[in-house]
Each structure stands twice: as C-alpha cells, then as structure tokens.
Design a protein. Structure first.
Length: 367
C-alpha cells in the first residue's frame, strides 16, 4: 500500500514539473512580443517590424524600465486601451498584440485615400512652415554637410517640443543620412513594396541639379543680359501635399474572435506647383516608421493640449478621415477602373466595401 502511495506521489510531481516546463517554453498567442529567430522576427507583417532601439527614443533610465513593465502588464487588454508613451513622458509605439498566422481566419487588404484638405485631417497637414532651430535647408547631399551637424540629426528624429506636419517628418527622415550607417534614417520603396529605393534615388544632389524623389526641377529665366533659361531644383514642401495613400490589412483573429487591422504602407501625394499634376512620392513601410511617428506629437484639432498624442497613436486610433479606393481583387483594379468618372458612385462603393467588412465580423459572431 505504501508503495502505491509513493508511486502516486512521484507521478504527481512529474506531471507538475512537465506543466511548468510547458508554461515556460510555450509563448502565449496574446503576448505582444514577437517570436524571433536570432534577431529576425518570424512574422513581421502582423507583429510589427523589430527595430534597434535608439538612445534618443529609449533612454537607459529606471523610469523607462518601469514604463515598459507597466505596459507589459497590459498583455490581455484590448489595443485601444493601451496609451502611448507620450502620456508617460516616453517615446515608444503602441505594442501590437501578437497574432499567429494560423489564427487568421480571413484577411483583406484595402487602400484608402487621406485628403489633408478635410478638416478632420488638418492635424496631419499643419503647420506648413517648419524651421529647425539649428538648421535650415540642405547645402549638400548629406545632412552632415549642413549647418548644425549632429544637433540636426537628433532634431529630425525627435519632435518632443516641436510642431511638425506628417510630410515634414517623413521627408526629412528619408533624406537625412545616419552618420553611423551612412544610409537614410528610414527606407523608402515603390508603392507595391517590391523594390527598395537606393540612397542615390532619394537623397538630393543640389550641386548637380538632381532633386531626386522628394524634389522637382523647373526652368526659369536668368537675370543676366543673355536671358537664357537655367534649371533650378526645389523641394516638395508641405504646402504641396494633397494627401496620402495608406494600405491597411484587415483580418479576423479567430482566437480573440475579433476583427483587427495592421497598417502596411503610406505614400505621400503632392501636386506640382507649376504643372498642377499629381505625383506619388516614395512609399514608406509603416512598421519601419512607427518609432519615428511615436517620437512626434500631433497638435489636437480642438486645441486642447491635454489631448496631444503621438502620430503613431493618431493612426492607431484612426482619428483621420478617409475613403476606400481599392480592395484586394483578382483583377488588381481600383474603384475608378470599373466606375470611371463617377465620383459619387466610387464613394458609395467604398462605403459598401466598408460595410461588407463590418458585416463579416457580425456574421462570424452569429455563426
């Protein structure tokens, strides 16, 4: 009898040990930390891009550590209840809840148009005149050749006290060389994200008259007696911006029984000041710029400084107005391709797609 009791006790101890081992080795699906192999995330599309944390955005202090620990306790909370670090005096993007690819039951990608001329989108457009305190304009092909040097590099990265519009933030980061790597602070791509643009395609070369991706050239008459035309290069300025294309991945997480989303890319659209033609500028991969957006504040539309938040939180909470111009389809066409010249019908079709996505979640709950 004693042997049987002893055997039962040994079995219970073994079972308890194995259960503890499983808890330590298996990661919860709801953890916002990404699974990684080495330094590379295994699922970058839905977890967010893993970047090296700079000293500018992540100062090595005990207060920062406490803030991270506080955020880590919100693993089971809904994303919308997690405030950005702007509220606690730190700069970090809002963590996404981890979603395994096997948990995605349905997914659709849509392209939206954000018109900055709409009142609700004015926080993305204003102010249009930005002046850096240590630097005003590029004199060469790199940021280091301008006045201010290292101070300017940090001023582009951080916007704690500065008021900047979204285009200024993206353009300056894409055309500023990181002294440590010799590459732009953020990478740019073509709209389909199939090709990464080289620094030579993005960084302007004013001495040779090549404005590249974020500038334009035009011929003007010279002031001399000959009256010959000369080619002058200019930046695309914030007042040239019309809006942004933003790609959004919408998916249904069967484990949480929730319809969720992730931003994929954002593309500025400008109007040529002389030709009055639209032009799509290089595309930014959204997970790569979240650190940058979290370091800059949006000025609230109502003027209440207590409502200030980071650009990352602004997009996360969808405080902007937009309309759908494309959904994933076998023909790879936009709404304007099968509804040409019918602007009102295109808006109604976009609303129909939005309602169809909403009804999908409702039908899943009913099921």
């Amino acid at each position: 009898m004693k042997r049987i009791d002893l055997l039962c006790i040994v079995c219970l101890i073994c079972l308890f040990g194995f259960s503890q081992q499983d808890q330590n080795t298996n990661q919860s699906t709801y953890s916002h930390e990404a699974n990684t192999i080495g330094n590379n995330p295994t699922n970058t599309e839905f977890n967010g891009f893993q970047q090296n944390k700079s000293n500018v955005n992540y100062p090595n202090t005990s207060t920062t550590t406490k803030a991270r620990e506080h955020r880590s306790k919100a693993v089971w909370a809904d994303n919308s209840t997690i405030v950005s670090d702007e509220k606690t005096g730190h700069h970090a993007y809002i963590p996404y809840i981890y979603v395994g690819e096997d948990d995605i039951l349905w997914a659709k990608r849509v392209r939206k148009w954000i018109d900055v001329r709409m009142l609700q989108n004015h926080p993305l457009y204003f102010p249009v005149n930005i002046q850096y305190s240590d630097y005003n304009g590029w004199d060469g092909t790199t940021m280091e050749s301008g006045v201010g040097g290292q101070k300017v590099f940090h001023e582009v990265l951080s916007g704690t006290d500065a008021r900047k519009n979204l285009f200024q933030i993206l353009r300056d980061a894409a055309t500023t060389i990181n002294p440590a790597t010799g590459m732009p602070l953020v990478s740019t791509y073509n709209m389909s994200l199939t090709r990464k643009l080289s620094p030579q395609e993005v960084i302007p070369n004013w001495s040779e008259g090549f404005p590249n991706a974020f500038g334009f050239s035009q011929n003007i008459e010279a002031d001399d007696e000959d009256g010959e035309e000369v080619t002058v290069s200019y930046w695309y300025e914030p007042n040239h911006i019309l809006g942004y294309w933003i790609e959004e991945e919408i998916f249904f997480d069967k484990r949480r029984a929730k319809l969720d989303f992730r931003y994929v890319s954002i593309t500025p659209v400008v109007e040529h000041p002389k030709e009055r033609k639209r032009r799509d500028l290089p595309t930014f991969y959204f997970p790569e710029i979240r650190n940058l957006l979290s370091s800059h504040k949006v000025f609230p539309l109502d003027g209440n400084l207590a409502h200030r938040m980071s650009f990352d939180e602004f997009f996360h909470r969808k405080f902007f107005a937009s309309n759908i111009v494309k959904e994933t389809n076998v023909y790879d066409r936009q709404l304007k391709d099968y509804l040409p010249g019918r602007t009102l019908d295109q808006l109604l079709e976009g609303e129909r797609i939005k309602e169809q996505i909403r009804l999908y979640e409702t039908d899943m709950w009913n099921y």
